[in-house]
Design a protein around this ligand. Structure first.
Ligand SMILES: NC(=O)c1ccc[n+]([C@@H]2O[C@H](COP(=O)([O-])OP(=O)(O)OC[C@H]3O[C@@H](n4cnc5c(N)ncnc54)[C@H](OP(=O)(O)O)[C@@H]3O)[C@@H](O)[C@H]2O)c1
Length: 269
């Protein structure tokens, strides 16, 4: 993998102003910054989260399930089709499904985030503290009243969430996994199912996905300015790089929920 030896650059999400433009770079000039309404922390929360959800949902197979490969507003319209986001607090997937007009958009997340997730486009929120993953298929079936779920975005991707999502998915539907092993391909191969399952790799710079990556970044400013993409909620960590250790400890203890932690390296003392 990329980061097995130190020193290594272990992250790529940053925000700032353009200080200098390199030779051959077009579309940028000195002094450019992110859209005015965003703080640097909010902007820094966008690149990886957007790339993960966008490649998984919009890019063509095998990178994604191909819902909007040109990344535009007009060519993709899935109104009347149901989608499910497992682990919806990650937030971007819900908004990208709203952007291509899915409805209903059901999400499975902590109940305390329901109002927030509805403000981003979820139409139904299932509280993961009230309903287990094994119960989820039954609960979703009741909610949709038999309407098939064409898309499942699984932001958890453990064994239980994969099985639940797969059971819920329509026979011609597409499912996105974000981490771990794809436990479902064997099932698909064994049964001859037409379901599609992809495991996303959120790196829009690979040759196979570069054109999609360009379209995504070209659209990003407008998405944010139009309010189609609201950045994640963020919390600034204190003490520059030193603050990251405490942040990681909180993540290990599952004490970070529905928010991205942001560090300011220049504040390191
Ligand atoms: N493939 C790639 O290239 C790629 C790129 C980026 C990220 N990822 C992966 O994508 C996943 C999501 O990333 P993220 O940044 O959105 O993570 P996150 O902010 O840490 O977590 C997202 C949400 O998952 C929910 N959650 C955690 N454990 C759960 C469980 N056992 N059951 C149900 N829900 C659970 C929590 O929801 P509540 O707050 O609602 O409880 C949490 O807010 C991570 O595993 C990350 O490693 C993959």
């Amino acid at each position: 993998m990329f980061y097995e030896k130190y020193p290594a650059i272990v992250g790529s999400d940053v925000a700032g102003d353009v200080e200098e433009v390199g030779e051959g770079v077009v579309g940028f000039k000195k002094g450019d910054r992110i859209p005015k309404q965003l703080s640097y922390s909010q902007a820094a929360s966008i690149p990886l989260t957007l790339a993960t959800a966008a490649i998984g949902l919009y890019a063509n197979q095998p990178s994604g399930i191909g819902l909007n490969p040109l990344f535009n507003h007009t060519s993709a319209n899935y109104s009347g089709q149901a989608a499910l986001v497992i682990g919806g607090s990650t937030s971007v997937a819900i908004q990208l499904l709203r952007y291509v007009k899915f409805g209903p958009i059901i999400t499975y997340a902590s109940g305390r985030h329901s109002e927030y997730l509805k403000s981003l486009g979820a139409t139904e929120c299932i509280d993961r503290n009230q309903v287990s993953l094994s119960e989820l298929p039954e609960v979703v079936k009741k909610l949709t009243g038999g309407v098939q779920v064409k898309v499942v975005y699984d932001a958890i991707s453990n064994n239980d969430s994969q099985l639940a999502g797969y059971e819920i998915l329509a026979e011609d539907g597409g499912m996105v996994l974000v981490t771990g092993e794809n436990k479902l391909q064997e099932k698909i191969d064994a049964t001859g199912s037409k379901k599609t399952v992809v495991r996303v790799f959120a790196y829009p710079f690979m040759p196979a996905i570069q054109e999609f990556g360009k379209a995504m970044y070209k659209n990003l400013t407008k998405l944010v300015e139009d309010g189609d993409l609201v950045p994640n909620r963020v919390e600034d960590l204190p003490n520059g790089l030193a603050g990251i250790t405490a942040g990681l400890e909180r993540m290990k203890k599952n004490q970070v929920s529905g928010v991205k932690l942001v560090a300011y390296p220049q504040e390191t003392s």
